[in-house]
Design a protein around this ligand. Structure first.
Ligand SMILES: [Zn+2]
Ligand SMILES: [Zn+2]
Length: 133
């Protein structure tokens, strides 16, 4: 079986951890963010496992809708000017505790997301040391 890497992320603005240790997804802490669509506000919990797209939310999201993501600590908007290469929605950018960043598409149903390590070899090595086994 492939090793599952659980990503640990923080807010790029206030630096506070976005990990929620009570709301577990696949037995790992989830990434908690505030979201807002055209009608309402809510909370989303994203699975922190690299390459897993599962999430839980209290909002009834419509497919193909662009959602505004904000930090639950400082309320700064996390959607960036960077466009999704698949659907041109804004990308949401978070900072990895281990260095580097993770970006995900703000459109529901779009699976585009990627992790950008500052230095692939050392960062991946660090992940395996910290979260592996
Ligand atoms: Zn923040
Ligand atoms: Zn997209």
């Amino acid at each position: 079986m492939k090793k599952q890497i659980s990503l640990s992320v923080k807010c790029p603005f206030c630096g506070k951890s976005l990990m929620d240790h009570e709301e577990l997804i696949h037995n790992k802490p989830s990434i908690k963010l505030n979201i807002q669509d055209q009608n309402s506000r809510g909370i989303i919990y994203l699975c922190s496992i690299y390459e897993c797209y599962d999430y839980r939310t209290d909002l009834a999201l419509t497919k193909n809708e662009i959602v505004d993501f904000t930090c639950p600590h400082c309320n700064k908007e996390l959607n960036t000017k960077e466009e999704c290469q698949a659907c041109h929605a804004p990308m949401v950018s978070l900072v990895l505790q281990a260095g580097g960043r993770v970006s995900l598409c703000s459109r529901t149903g779009c699976p585009n997301h990627y992790v950008a390590f500052t230095d692939v070899t050392t960062e991946l090595q660090k992940f395996y040391e910290t979260f592996g086994s």
